[in-house]
Design a protein around this ligand. Structure first.
Ligand code: GDP
Length: 298
């Protein structure tokens, strides 16, 4: 991801090398190139405008620092603005003070929720937690089984619907799953919910009911970074329909142009908290805006 954006920005900055001082024309030309690079990377237009506006303003007002030449100064500004647009500081999970921390996942079918549920469970285990998974995706035929298989792979128990246990009713399964975690002293519960291929009122309604019934400490919106501009629309629809505290980007290992990553935090005001970058259970980590910005500017 970000290969094209990274290359475009690198060549933009190369044009500035050797300049003693940046003229207004240099700043304008650089801003124009940054704008094109971001648009090519599928960054949403309002985000591009704000970003480029901030760069221009700062480049004009920047004190000439002895330590950095003008080109380096622009790189520094772009780096700082990229970190800001990606959500600023790394946002960590908030754990419940008492009882199990409830984390609910929401997102479209195919976003990578079920895979992510198990990855997150493994990551939590490595942080010394004792997670439990709850299979509430009763829509996709194989989702419960897939979660059970993945749960087994990472050594985390899965609460799944069975006769007398909320079969066919995801809200009931979610409630019973949380109660089971309390009873068995698991300190984090991860609820996998159903998605659809497109935004759907019934799915939103169901997710909202699960949210109301389980009062999660964190609702995470899971989104495939490969869907480009659509990611922003989906993110907004889920914000309106379900509401969430943070975003998880999946499939960062693909050749997505990166626009989703850059647009979502800025447009929704919700931080990207985790990134999933592969099919292996360990291909997952906290999302660090500063590291991502450095990767883009590498
Ligand atoms: P769900 O419908 O949201 O539960 O999505 P799944 O967890 O079933 O994932 C859909 C597909 O995406 C599966 O084939 C996963 O193996 C794949 N997948 C999930 N996360 C990643 C990732 O980070 N990178 C790649 N390359 N594939 C992923």
């Amino acid at each position: 991801m970000f290969a094209t954006l990274s290359d475009r920005l690198a060549s933009t900055f190369k044009n500035l090398r050797g300049k003693g001082r940046l003229s207004e024309a240099d700043i304008d030309a650089t801003a124009r190139e940054i704008r094109i690079a971001l648009l090519e990377a599928d960054v949403a237009l309002p985000v591009v405008k704000e970003f480029v506006g901030a760069i221009k303003e700062r480049a004009r007002g920047e004190e000439v620092s002895g330590a950095l030449n003008p080109a380096q100064q622009i790189v520094k500004i772009v780096n700082e603005e990229l970190v800001a647009i990606l959500g600023g500081e790394t946002r960590r999970l908030r754990y419940a003070k008492t009882g199990p921390t409830v984390i609910m996942l929401a997102g479209l079918q195919g976003a990578g929720k079920t895979t992510l549920a198990a990855k997150l469970a493994l990551w939590l285990k490595e942080q010394g937690k004792t997670p439990m998974l709850v299979a509430c995706d009763l829509q996709r035929p194989n989702a419960v089984n897939q979660l059970q298989v993945n749960g087994e792979r990472v050594g985390v128990p899965v609460f799944a619907p069975e006769p007398g246990n909320g079969v066919g009713n995801p809200v009931e399964v979610a409630k019973q799953g949380v109660a089971e975690a309390k009873r068995t002293l698991h300190d984090v519960v991860i609820i996998d919910t159903a998605g659809r291929l497109g935004i759907d009122a019934e799915m939103m309604g169901q997710a909202r009911m699960i949210r109301t019934a389980t009062q999660p400490d964190e609702v995470l919106f899971v989104v495939d970074a490969m869907i480009g501009q659509d990611a922003v629309n989906t993110a907004l629809a889920f914000q309106e329909g379900v509401g969430y505290d943070g975003v998880v980007l999946t499939k960062l290992d693909g050749d997505a142009r990166g626009g989703a990553a850059l647009s979502i935090a800025s447009i929704t005001g919700k931080p990207v908290m985790f990134a999933s970058n592969g099919e292996k259970m360990t291909d997952f980590d906290l999302f660090h805006p500063d590291r991502m910005a450095s990767r883009i500017l590498d």
